[in-house]
Design a protein around this ligand. Structure first.
Ligand code: 26M
Length: 819
């Protein structure tokens, strides 16, 4: 029975939905489509957020608080309606209101197209951090790009990945607020010239070849059960109306229009971050475009609050999410010196105190550099500033280490070997007061490898902030059954302090809890099984162990190690039909960069194995293989809560952190993993007994590669491995085609850069232990409960508190709603 006040507010809610249906969708209830109802509901929720937003913004301006600005080329925010309802505490009200209107809330939630404005971990991390910032009541702005086309949608056709364009805006989105009045101009090309102003100062003017206009599109970010509502401000590029006006004679008209088309392409499409050479020029332009808009916006906010520009670093902390926004270091210098007339020294002091840089990868092929001639032609003034930063910095290096020209060459912002390049990680490191890695191991390796010289020179600049993920989306919203069970067992305090889950460990052997735990998990698995049946036609019994690897497809993440083990398991089962191994369903998901052929071949291999294994009467009751197409945030919601086993099997030293590993752990999956990234800390938290560890350590990997790794050696020693590779070569998983997987096999046999063969035996042995433990239901349940119990450290709230305390020096501001 609803209380009277609940009933009243539900009636108001219902009324608001109908009003929005009519006034915003221009539809009346009798003919409204589910899409119309979704939009009307979303606008109703948005209105409730905007009241809080106004109050938040007013407060920040009034009290001159310090604002954390998160600069990121990607924000993979996922579907918005469910999370906003959750954070506002409106789920039940909305459900009942929609019910009265004859609409099913879950069906409406399913309609939402997610904005795929990111590739994977890095973009999703940025979104989790915005959620935590708002929930912890920290004033914050996310700055990024409003891509018209986000990450592609993935189809699987004949086992191959096929990319489809993602037109996420085709039905419009209720979550953005266009702000035509908030816009800035960004220059490209042209040349610079020096002149003396009236005061006799030497000034530099950048005479651009063209300009692009950036318009703000705001997405509100609601905190969990607080009034704080922050903003994600995304920039869309547009043509400048009047630029080129002089050229508008008959002859140049079409050229001028073409110029406008080019301007609008800047924010057109998201690029994969793991595909080197493609779309280079446009990518640099995208980076500079959004960064310049963001910094101009921050300077404007200083002005409207009447704060002198000298206090910039007291009002803003700006985090560089990888090197993609690192041109910001030079752009802030330009704005302060050329436009605000500050001295170099004052501008540099502000810049260094404002910025901090997060590194997300050590892979050499992933370190961002830009060709110097390209940058010179596109951003001539910024290159001058980068040269000046470099010169002053290298003078400092020379003073610190006289005569050590080796250090100078290694630390220079410019790579002088061959074609000259600007090293963006060096620019970010020199221009920041703090530099962090994203897991303890990764931060250590960062200091020992790519930023070694910098760490030696500026030891106090370096720190670790282990990644985290938001429990709002990844437990409360996606696993409501578990959330209820946690409430019943622990009370509700865990919802705002995830470390409270710890108390669950005391009940890990409790038979009643174990029973309820299994029931929740069973229901989640049934839901995923049904979805898999619908999408792929593969029937998977929920009793099987669900062994899941979902993440971008990459050689370093080693989906092919998993695949090789499945093949060898399949061979053993065929040979000995009475073999006593746990029935398992291996589930894969993830996208390959469109230009990454090896990754696409790995998808084809998994599909090929699935095709053979799933229809073989000898094994089909005990072994299933599924490639779940189009892995994204939305699909993650049903996948993570259904996992028994989480595959985190990257070559040690290669995965900076991983965040999927944390989502699985929170939802009670056990991990099979290497000592890589945050796996190390996951194992420390869960306890070695509750983690399936295998494989070489990062040190052993480095040593083996130093001493000359020979994959053939491991092949000779392992018959199962030979047979598995041989069966691939024979065309068993390619419908008889013996050439299809040749590139993959040649790579493994001759180079194997990620040591798949070296780790195979230990991985297979570890999988054997997994099967044995699975047979002991109580033991598995206990381990599962302990994993959830110890996952509190991996909340993004913990990570954000560390950023606030150790890097940003920002504090919470309570927002009261005027009655
Ligand atoms: C590029 C070219 C060729 C091969 C690989 C790359 C490449 C790899 C990683 C480019 C960029 C990469 O890093 C960006 C990124 O997404 N890093 C991920 O960031 C997450 C959040 O911190 C971490 O959890 C992941 O471990 C890390 O891979």
């Amino acid at each position: 029975m609803a209380l009277a006040s609940d009933a009243a507010s539900e009636a108001v809610f219902e009324h608001d939905v109908v009003r929005n249906l009519i006034c915003r969708q221009a539809r009346y209830p009798d003919i409204a489509t589910p899409q119309d109802w979704y939009m009307a509901l979303a606008y109703t929720v948005r209105d409730r957020m905007l009241a809080r937003w106004a109050e938040s913004v007013k407060n920040y301006a009034l009290h001159h608080v310090k604002v954390a600005c998160y600069l990121s080329a990607e924000f993979l925010i996922g579907p918005q309606l469910g999370c906003n309802l959750l954070n506002l505490g409106l789920e039940e009200e909305a459900r009942e209101a929609m019910d009265s209107l004859g609409q099913d809330l879950d069906a409406l939630l399913a309609i939402e197209e997610e904005p795929g404005l990111g590739n994977g971990g890095l973009g999703r991390l940025a979104a989790c951090y915005l959620d935590s910032l708002a929930s912890l009541e920290i004033p914050a702005i996310g700055y990024g790009i409003r891509y018209e086309f986000g990450i592609f949608d993935q189809d699987i056709v004949d086992g191959w990945q096929v990319e489809r364009t993602d037109k996420w805006l085709k039905m419009g989105t209720p979550w953005e607020i266009i702000r035509p009045d908030i816009h800035y101009y960004v220059s490209f090309g042209g040349y610079t010239r020096m002149w003396n102003d009236e005061q006799g100062r030497l000034r530099v003017e950048w005479v651009p070849g063209r300009q692009v206009k950036g318009v703000a599109y705001d997405v509100p970010v609601q905190g969990y059960r607080v009034n704080t509502c922050n903003v994600l401000r995304l920039w869309k590029s547009e043509a400048v109306e009047s630029f080129d006006f002089d050229d508008f004679n008959a002859g140049d008209y079409y050229e001028a229009v073409e110029e406008k088309v080019v301007s609008e392409t800047l924010s057109k499409v998201l690029y994969p971050n793991d595909e080197p050479e493609s779309g280079k020029r446009l990518r640099l332009a995208q980076q500079y475009f959004f960064v310049s808009c963001a910094l101009q916006d921050m300077l404007r906010l200083m002005e409207v609050s009447h704060t002198p520009v000298e206090r910039f670093a007291d009002r803003f902390a700006a985090q560089l999410n990888d090197t993609h926004p690192s041109i910001a270091v030079a752009e802030l210098m330009r704005l302060l010196i050329d436009e605000r007339l500050l001295s170099w020294e004052d501008a540099w002091s502000i810049t260094q105190r404002t910025f901090a840089y997060t590194n997300h990868t050590l892979l050499p092929e992933a370190l961002e550099t830009w060709s110097l001639p390209l940058m010179q032609s596109m951003l001539p003034r910024l290159v001058e500033i980068i040269f000046e930063i470099n010169q002053r910095f290298l003078d400092e290096v020379r003073r610190a280490q006289p005569g050590d020209e080796g250090s100078v060459a290694r630390m220079s912002l410019i790579d002088e070997q061959g074609d000259k390049k600007v090293r963006m990680a060096h620019l970010a490191t020199v221009g920041s007061h703090k530099v962090n890695g994203v897991a303890a191991l990764h931060s250590d390796l960062l200091k020992q490898t790519i930023l070694r010289d910098f760490a030696a020179m500026f030891p106090s600049r370096f720190l670790n902030v282990t990644n985290g993920v938001t429990p709002r989306r990844f437990i409360m919203q996606s696993n409501p059954g578990l959330a209820r069970l946690l409430d019943d067992t622990l009370g509700e305090k865990w919802r705002t302090d995830l470390t409270r889950l710890d108390a669950l460990a005391d009940h890990a052997d409790d038979a009643t809890l174990q029973k309820a735990w299994r029931a929740v998990r069973r229901e989640n698995k049934a839901k995923l099984a049904a979805r898999i049946g619908n999408i792929t036609g593969i029937a998977v019994p929920p009793e099987m162990m669900f062994d899941i690897q979902v993440k971008r497809i990459h050689e370093y993440k080693r989906q092919h190690l998993n695949a090789l083990h499945i093949i060898s398991l399949y061979q053993r089962l065929r040979r000995d039909p009475t073999l006593d191994v746990a029935p398992r369903c291996f589930i894969f998901g993830g996208k390959a960069a469109p230009g990454y052929d090896m990754a696409k071949l790995m998808i084809r291999l998994i599909s090929g194995i699935a095709e053979v294994v799933n229809q073989d009467p000898a094994t089909r009751d005990r072994l299933k293989v599924v490639f779940y197409p189009d892995f994204n945030v939305k699909n993650g919601h049903i996948i993570y809560p259904a996992a028994d086993l989480s595959e985190q099997i990257s070559t040690a030293g290669k995965e900076a952190s991983g965040t999927g590993n944390m989502k699985f752990m929170m939802n009670g999956a056990l991990t099979i993993g290497t000592l890589d990234g945050a796996n190390v800390e996951i194992r420390e938290q869960a306890g070695a007994d509750n983690f399936f560890l295998f494989g070489m350590t990062a040190q052993q990997v480095a040593a083996l590669q130093q001493s000359g790794y020979r994959p053939g050696h491991y092949l000779e020693a392992n018959e199962a491995l030979r047979e598995a590779l041989d069966e691939i070569a024979q065309g068993r998983f390619s419908r008889g085609d013996k050439t299809m997987f040749r590139p993959l096999l040649d790579n493994l046999l001759n180079a194997d850069p990620f040591l798949v063969l070296a780790d195979f035996a230990d991985y297979a042995a570890c999988q054997q232990r997994v099967s044995e433990v699975w047979r002991d239901e109580k033991r598995w349940a206990r381990m599962s409960i302990i994993n959830t119990a110890r996952s509190g450290a991996f909340s993004s709230d913990r990570a954000i508190k560390e950023y606030c305390e150790n890097i940003w020096q920002t504090r919470a501001v309570k927002i009261d709603l005027a009655a």
